[in-house]
Design a protein around this ligand. Structure first.
Ligand code: SF4
Length: 315
């Protein structure tokens, strides 16, 4: 990694004893593994609004709107305080390229927080905590993930891919939002996007071809949003194989018959699960210098993937 990417994280996941009962939920995956590539910035919204440790536990109820109230004492209400804190730290989050949040928390959950009926009995839905909802409101494309889900290597890889893309966008596109720059970025990601969803990538290509009426800022925002949405899909082996075959197609004219056959066999072995992705990528990269075409050299798909950076295995 050329630099550590700034990423927010729920403070209790760092091992800080800030939970309502004075405990923590340290995640070694976050601090020991992801800490290699992320510069982690810790936030505890409930402590930040002055609730203290220990504190009465809160939960979310659905009444006229979503409210954060005391689980055992409904007279406690911190809805507006939590939301105001989410608004207050916007300038800091502007500099973050992802956020790792504690599951099931009324403040920090991303998709697993129980939303209770107004009387507190019975769950109506599982969704975001109040702090996370404010993050989403201000930064709809910011990659978010729950701490627990990052224990699964495939979900971890997906989060890393999204954070790398969001970070790359901020370094290469955000300072210069001209449509040509946006299209150059999308073009470099094209085969990686295909590996995550062929239909959505084709739809994005059509959107770009027909978006001449949009202003540069809106165009850039729409493209970034659609790219982040595509990358949030898990890359399947079939879709990855398809993207690898597209890459192979660009190199074919520069390979001997025997080299072409060997590469095709390797891609097929990957498709069948007999060879790792890294084996195919290594061979593609080996042949890459033979092609004079910028398009294939620029493909992010062929750059180091999270598994090759040693970020997917953790015991
Ligand atoms: S889940 Fe969020 S609010 Fe709760 S202790 Fe952890 S950081 Fe603080």
């Amino acid at each position: 990694m050329p630099h550590k990417i700034p990423v927010g994280i729920s403070r209790c996941a760092m091992g800080d004893p800030v939970r309502y009962n004075g405990s923590h939920k340290h995640s070694k995956v976050c601090t020991e593994l992801l800490g290699h590539c992320f510069d982690l910035h810790a936030y505890c919204p409930e402590v930040a609004i002055g609730m203290g440790v220990p504190r009465p536990p809160i939960h979310l109820i659905v009444s006229d709107r979503l409210r954060a109230v005391g689980r055992d004492d409904p007279a406690i209400e911190v809805t507006e305080a939590l939301e105001a804190y989410g608004d207050q730290i916007v300038p800091e989050v502007e500099n973050l390229r992802g956020f790792i949040l504690m599951q099931r928390s009324p403040s920090c959950g991303v998709r697993t927080t129980p939303h209770y009926k107004a009387d507190g009995k019975g769950v109506l839905a599982h969704d975001s905590g109040l702090f996370t909802a404010r993050l989403r409101h201000h930064f709809p494309h910011l990659p978010l993930e729950e701490v627990g889900r990052l224990n699964a290597s495939s979900l971890r890889e997906n989060f890393l891919t999204r954070v790398f893309a969001y970070d790359a966008w901020h370094r290469y596109v955000a300072p210069d939002l001209r449509p040509a720059r946006v299209i150059e970025f999308y073009t470099a990601y094209k085969y990686l996007l295909l590996a995550h969803s062929q239909p959505l990538t084709r739809a994005l290509g059509q959107f770009i071809a027909n978006a001449r009426m949009l202003g540069p800022k809106q165009f850039a925002s729409e493209v970034r949003g659609k790219m982040m949405e595509i990358l949030a899909h898990q890359a399947s082996r079939e879709d990855r194989t398809n993207a690898l075959m597209h890459s192979q197609g660009h190199l074919k004219g520069y390979l001997s018959r025997a080299e072409r056959a060997e590469l095709a066999q390797l891609i097929e072995a990957y498709r069948q699960g007999h060879k790792p992705l890294s084996a195919v990528l290594t061979m593609l990269r080996h042949y890459l210098p033979r092609s004079p075409h910028h398009f294939i050299h620029s493909q992010v798909l062929l750059a180091a993937e999270p598994a090759e950076l040693g970020l997917c295995e953790f015991r």
